[in-house]
Design a protein around this ligand. Structure first.
Ligand SMILES: N[C@@H](CCC(=O)N[C@@H](CS)C(=O)NCC(=O)O)C(=O)O
Length: 363
């Protein structure tokens, strides 16, 4: 048996992130499709709720959550180079991109999938779930499973009023990323790192691989499509991260959009979390959401669910800031100042989060 079994699927956003990393790391892993049987016999008993990707290690322990998978395998395979950069500013930027890719680019990823590729996706879900069933049965199973995911689209704030903004923001991202790729093969230089694996989640499974979305990416940003394929293949890259812990200036427009669009939503979510935390004891299960918050994307305003999980990724960003020495903090402060992110130097969640038994808890 391989050292790691990855339960996931080609159609799954977060499986693409884990797979790209495991390939890049050269880990001894085998991917097994997350069929109905796997959900029933592995995922539900071991994780407690239906989610992919899940990595099972020799001995039977499992890891869920892509960033935990990356951190766990990094700890078990101390090869160089590392996926999480050693440079403190590059490390914070990697955590920011992890937050942005997982929890903000998921908005266009879900919009394009469900508003441009709905029927195809049901077929894909069915093929994954019941590989041996006839197509009509696969479609019916896929539709039943897929509707649960489709129902997340309005919770992400995607509706008729906001779709023009969602598409404008995605197209602006593709433009910025294309410009970045004219200068660098990966987000932080000449080889892949955490930010690239994170971006590969939404960009590979949904925005490149879904047929209609893929046509849009190939038309608007062929360089991004090439980059997405390169990261997904696990290519080692023929360079290194920029020297002296530098961050490419061409990444700044992307970080700026994160600060303008995603950060206010997180700050509002943190305020709702504070309210909830007042009456919850240490160790309490944190709900998946705290109600609704306003959000703005591509110049359009809307409301979306105040999801708790992004706060966990945000805590990883501020924890990385808290471990920096003064010199690194000063360099980060200059970068954040240029991208409109200065408040992050001081902003901290009102209470700490922990993750145990594959669930968020109040620490
Ligand atoms: N933070 C998790 C997110 C995983 C996730 O959302 N996976 C999707 C499929 S790509 C899923 O199974 N979602 C089920 C759910 O959230 O209820 C990770 O990084 O692994």
């Amino acid at each position: 048996m391989a050292a790691y079994v990855l339960y996931g699927s080609e159609v799954s956003l977060f499986s693409g992130k884990a797979r790209a990393y495991l390939r890049w790391r050269g880990a001894d892993f085998e991917e097994r499709p997350a069929t109905r049987d796997v959900y029933q016999n592995v995922i539900l008993p071991k994780v407690g709720w239906p989610v992919v990707p899940v990595v099972e290690m020799a001995g039977g322990d499992v890891v869920q959550d892509t960033t935990d998978i990356i951190e766990t395998v990094e700890a078990q395979m101390p090869d160089r180079p590392r996926a999480i950069p050693d440079g403190p500013v590059q490390r914070v930027v990697s955590r920011l991109l992890d937050l942005f890719a997982d929890e903000w680019l998921v908005i266009p990823a879900m919009h394009y999938r469900w508003n441009y590729n709905e029927d195809w996706t049901y077929g894909e879900f069915g093929r994954m779930s019941a590989p041996d069933a006839p197509p009509a049965e696969q479609y019916a199973i896929g539709k039943k499973n897929g509707e649960r995911f489709k129902s997340a689209v309005p919770m992400l704030g995607v509706n008729e009023d906001t779709i023009p903004g969602v598409e404008a923001a995605y197209e602006a991202f593709l433009k910025d990323m294309t410009e970045h790729l004219r200068h660098h093969a990966y987000v932080l230089g000449g080889r892949a790192s955490l930010g690239d694996f994170a971006l590969n989640g939404p960009l590979y499974a949904h925005l490149l691989r879904d047929p209609e979305s893929g046509r849009i990416m190939e038309r608007l940003a062929p360089k991004v499509a090439d980059y997405v394929r390169r990261v997904q293949s696990g290519a080692p890259g023929d360079g290194d991260l920029l020297p002296e812990d530098a961050v490419p200036t061409t990444l700044e427009p992307i970080l700026s959009r994160q600060m303008t669009e995603q950060m206010p939503t997180l700050v509002e979510t943190a305020a709702l979390f504070e309210n909830w935390a007042k009456s919850a004891g240490a160790g309490a299960d944190v709900p998946r959401g705290f109600g609704l918050v306003e959000f703005q994307t591509g110049g359009f305003d809307g409301e979306c669910a105040a999801r708790s999980f992004p706060l966990w990724r945000l805590q990883a960003v501020t924890d990385a800031i808290d471990t920096m020495d003064d010199g690194a903090k000063a360099r980060l402060a200059e970068l954040l100042d240029r991208v409109g992110g200065s408040p992050l130097m001081e902003f901290r969640l009102p209470a700490r989060l922990a993750r145990r038994d594959f669930r968020l808890k109040l620490d």
